[in-house]
Design a protein around this ligand. Structure first.
Ligand SMILES: O=C(O)CCC(=O)C1=CC=C[C@@H](O)[C@@H]1C(=O)O
Ligand SMILES: [Mg+2]
Length: 320
């Protein structure tokens, strides 16, 4: 059984959210939101993803709208500040959007920048937030990673320093700083290979690319590593699914990357997720008067939704 396509399309809203600052090359975040019996769901694979990769995001949206959240085991989850690859002078302005954050994740290894830029940005963050982690999005070679980690000072962990699992394992053997895997889990045919290869100390998981809240909880059960639930730069609807998942994990030792709503100028609800003392609590999100995409982009997204729906339905392992 799968939620009928007509029901998805009948409530679908294509939104377009301007960002305060460029993040992973994006200045406007687009998404389709739809409503089911359990609430709102989000479909927002990044535009360059092919339909197969994008269809996991649709399964996640359908799960949210038709099944709703899993049962929480905690009332609130800590979130980190997220600092894009901005010049060091702009760090304070970004961190002002994350009042009370005790952990910051800083983007590093951005194309076109140098290690000095990363060192300066991380130093500027460290002056304002006590615990710092960095995310290289696979941008370093093994040697570059070892050099950079030596230059960046004390870090909670380094997320995806290199592209491959083998490279992650080599960096992990060469440095004392913990290594976190992100793309090596969410883009892998086998998310458990990271564990078999001893390539990471921490697993970063994202609800939409991994196909939903329950799939993330099932995966977390199989991964014997501390878990960090992170956003996929989702609207408040997707953030709601991330917070619900983090709140349902049996164990949660690290701040989660679910504060990215602060990077948007506007969100899709009158009541977006705004951390109190760096904590977010799971709750239902009601979409109200979201900024809409223009008609051409609406058509593009609804066509994509239809194609991905066919893939989800064919795969036969739908959440609903
Ligand atoms: O983890 C965070 O603090 C925020 C989320 C985040 O960094 C990301 C969200 C979406 C796309 C990714 O490039 C990026 C990541 O790589 O973790
Ligand atoms: Mg990452």
């Amino acid at each position: 059984m799968i939620a009928p396509l007509e029901n998805l399309l009948a409530t679908a809203v294509v939104v377009s959210l301007p960002m305060r600052v460029r993040f992973r090359g994006i200045t406007v975040r687009e998404a389709v939101l739809f409503r089911g019996p359990a609430g709102w769901g989000e479909f927002s694979p990044f535009v360059e993803y092919d339909d197969e990769e994008a269809s996991a995001w649709l399964a996640a949206g359908i799960e949210a709208a038709w099944l709703g959240p899993p049962t929480p085991v905690r009332a609130a989850v800590e979130v980190n500040a997220t600092v894009p690859a901005v010049p060091a002078e702009e760090v304070a302005q970004i961190l002002a959007r994350f009042p009370g954050a005790r952990t910051a994740k800083v983007k590093v290894a951005e194309k076109g920048q140098r290690l000095e830029d990363d060192v300066a940005r991380v130093a500027a963050v460290r002056e304002l937030v006590e615990k710092v982690r960095v995310d290289a999005n696979g941008g370093w070679t093994v040697d570059e990673a070892v050099t950079a980690i030596g230059a960046l000072g004390d870090l909670e962990y380094v997320e995806q320093p290199c592209r491959t699992i083998d490279e992650l394992a080599r960096v992990r053997r060469a440095v004392a700083t913990p290594i976190a895997a992100d793309e090596s889990i969410r883009k892998a045919d086998d998310p458990l290979r990271v564990v078999a290869a001893d390539a990471a100390d921490i697993a970063v998981v994202k609800v939409a690319p991994l196909g939903g809240m329950r799939r993330v909880l099932a995966l977390a059960e199989q991964i014997p590593l501390p878990i960090v639930v992170s956003s996929a730069l989702d609207t408040a609807v997707g953030i709601g699914a991330g917070v619900a998942t983090a709140a349902a994990l049996p164990r949660l030792d690290h701040a989660c990357g679910l504060g990215t709503g602060a990077l948007f100028v506007d969100d899709v609800t009158a009541d977006p997720f705004v951390p109190t003392d760096a904590m977010l609590s799971p709750r239902r999100v009601e979409v109200s008067d979201p900024p809409r995409a223009d008609p051409a982009r609406q058509r593009w997204w609804l066509d994509r939704l239809r194609r991905c729906y066919a893939l989800v339905a064919d795969a036969g392992n739908t959440p609903v």
